[in-house]
Ligand binder design. Sequence first.
Ligand code: ZN
Length: 257
Amino acid sequence: MELADYERHLVGLLCWSCHAATGPCNARQRQCPRCRKRWSYDRKRIHWELLKAFCLNPTAHHAARYIRCTYRTAHQTYMRFRLALGEMTAEEKRPLLGELELDESYFGGKRKGKRGRGAAGKVAVFGILERAGKVYTVAVPDCRKETLMAKIQAATVKGSIFYTDEFVSYKDLSRYGKHVPIDHQETVAEGSAHINGIEGFWSYAKRLHRLCHGVDRDNFPLYLAEYEYRYNHRDEQLLSILFDRLYKTDPIKNHLP
Ligand SMILES: [Zn+2]
């Protein structure tokens, strides 16, 4: 079933099997007079509204209040959407090549105290941006040279051009490709020698992450995959992508919690 059809059935209260107009049979359910099938209007409405809300990306808290469902339902459904985005992110992974911008950043944790590299309570994230292509991110336990080099070798094609800052963990990159370290002290970036692309992604992802207060460490990779997917597909319709993934094949069944 296509997205427009789905919404037409939901708004018009039509039967999901034979498309006849349905009537209420009890407080929660509707029944088709022709084929006698029953379905829960409220559950379907809530899932549909949560899907739309997620695409506009307010928090699960706001969505729950607006849609009139419990926070638990909103949160669990949002996590299911994030899981789908994570799966799709994993499916479209392929080796990155050409001009690549590499950088690491820190997410979450307490605002006070140490900032930047090695800040307490924060999750380290390593990112690679393929110019005119996609961004790739991965949460890492630390930003030591061995850790980052292993991620670089797993994700990129040898012989690519690597733009980085002057962080010591990148100093062996010239053995793996062409390494262009960028001196941030220089006032203006010269030509292509910059990492503005990946820095743009960090500010995009952090803006989204600030909305989700207190993400725990175990769930963080799902949030990260969400930011990555949203960024890589920012010119596409997230609503139809998620609809196709989760609802299209079997709109009768409720797949979500
Ligand atoms: Zn019917």
